[in-house]
Design a protein around this ligand. Sequence first.
Ligand code: PGA
Length: 224
Amino acid sequence: MKMIVANWKMNGNFNFVNKFVKEINKVNSPYEIIVCPPIALIGEFKDFRYHRGSQNCFYEEKGAFTGETSPQLLKEIGCDYVLLGHSERRSIFHESDDLILKKRNAAIKFNLKPIVCIGEKNKDGWREIVSDQLRLFLDNHMENTIFAYEPVWSIGTGVTPTVEEIEIVFDFINSLTNGKSLLLYGGSVNANNAKQILNSRNVSGLLVGGASLKIDEFTRIIQD
Ligand code: PGA
């Protein structure tokens, strides 16, 4: 089953979640739907028929790590997935591949499915950036790791790669991972381009930012 992951980033509030859950619960989606809201809102998803995810986690179970959230606790509050190494976390919070790897390993240990985000800032040189970001992850956990290819130049810009470009990148990633990991595409996905991207070769799902905050548009994206 292909996946559609909503990344709300630091958006949404209690009122919006209630509307969102009510409307999205009416949709019989053929896809695996995962919504990643700000973690403070997760309790409001108790009647949600689809999956919940977190936008981040720490790599320790508990301890003196002020401001962090443990993967075990995320599991306890109902998350099944966790986004890791989103480009905003890499650039604003200086997350390194080493740190993201530790988080990935902890997520697997506590039974959360990790979605590791990768992608180049500038279109030129994507091969080097993508293979560099993947290097540490080419290990024995690959079957349990989902990768989201999100070219940074496409995030929030309304500009997407062509289907041909996506297929070239995904063929390349698959050649590095030996086809062991599921690959998602993210970056300016909307109701008009979602199906075409979803049907591209080797694409197992979508990571949707801005369009997941518009209930009508997200409904169109997750419908058959
Ligand atoms: P966008 O964001 O869909 O708004 O481009 C995607 C993301 O950052 O995950």
